[in-house]
Design a protein around this ligand. Structure first.
Ligand code: G3P
Ligand code: CA
Length: 263
């Protein structure tokens, strides 16, 4: 019946641990990614920046200021310099109720370290951030994917930059891509826009705030996956699932897991 069908659909909803389980641990640390797995996240979401000496690291911002005790642009520091920084204490200060002594002194991980730790058969959802600041980052990403024999069936690469996704697509057409979009008001998309995105991507990742059911239906019936970001409360998760999204990014993968279990 309808209820059983709805339940089965819930099971398939892709649970993306946004920057890891970043409500509970400092974003983009191994601790955060670990917790994402423990909380039943299907994918580890990783934002990429690149160091002065060309290493891809897991970090959201182009600057070190917010998530480490350093200052200035990532691109102006070598990996060795960035490895001296504390990427955990800021979290304890900002979120005392979630703080843990073990977060003090956590290091910024490289993408290479993440691949080594979580393995080739894990599911990674990797974002090329600020590709204009880091020419060649797509090539380096692909080099690491191949060096660590990452299972491409389980890999998704995402970007706000269509240009960056098209570069990835040209370098390796077998890599599955998701076009991120940030709407500033009521989300609308035309059939022509969907057709254009479908030429290189298998999905769209919009901010969830301005979505509506018609938008969701239009995108998913076109055959594209739809993974809104960043959804942190259960009522909104349920609403988006009822509208037809195929997954979502969340700082609380445990809550999405509950929703999928009907709790
Ligand atoms: O990648 C999905 C979402 O994370 C995009 O926004 O700024 O959190 O990377 P941001
Ligand atoms: Ca992201």
């Amino acid at each position: 019946g309808g209820a059983a069908l709805a339940k089965d659909m819930h099971k398939d909803i892709v649970n993306v641990s946004h920057r890891g389980a970043s409500a509970y641990a400092p974003e983009h640390t191994i601790a955060s990614y670990d917790m994402g797995e423990k909380m039943h996240g299907d994918y580890i979401e990783i934002d990429l920046q690149m160091t002065k000496d060309g290493h891809l690291i897991a970090m959201h911002d182009v600057t070190l200021d917010r998530t480490t005790n350093g200052t200035g642009s990532v691109k102006d520091y070598t990996l060795n310099e960035i490895k001296q920084l504390d990427a955990g204490s800021w979290f304890n200060e900002k979120y005392p109720y979630a703080s843990k002594a073990e977060y003090e002194g956590l290091k910024v991980p490289t993408l290479e370290e993440v691949f080594k730790k979580f393995g080739k058969n894990n599911s990674y959802y990797i974002e090329t951030k600020s590709p204009d600041v880091y020419p060649g980052m797509e090539k380096e990403l692909l080099r690491l994917i191949d060096e660590y024999k990452i299972n491409k069936e389980k890999l998704l690469v995402q970007s706000f930059s269509p240009q960056s996704l098209k570069v990835m697509n040209e370098l390796d057409p077998s890599i599955k891509l998701v076009q991120l979009i940030s709407y500033k008001a009521n989300a609308e998309i035309t059939d022509a826009e969907i057709k254009e995105i479908r030429q290189y991507a298998m999905g769209i990742g919009p901010n969830h705030t301005y979505l509506n059911e018609e938008y969701v239906q239009r995108v998913v019936t076109s055959g594209l996956e739809l993974h809104p970001y960043t959804v942190n409360d259960k009522e909104r998760m349920k609403q988006l699932i009822n509208w037809g999204v195929t997954g979502m990014f969340t700082n609380h993968p445990d809550l999405l897991h509950d929703v999928k279990k009907g709790r």
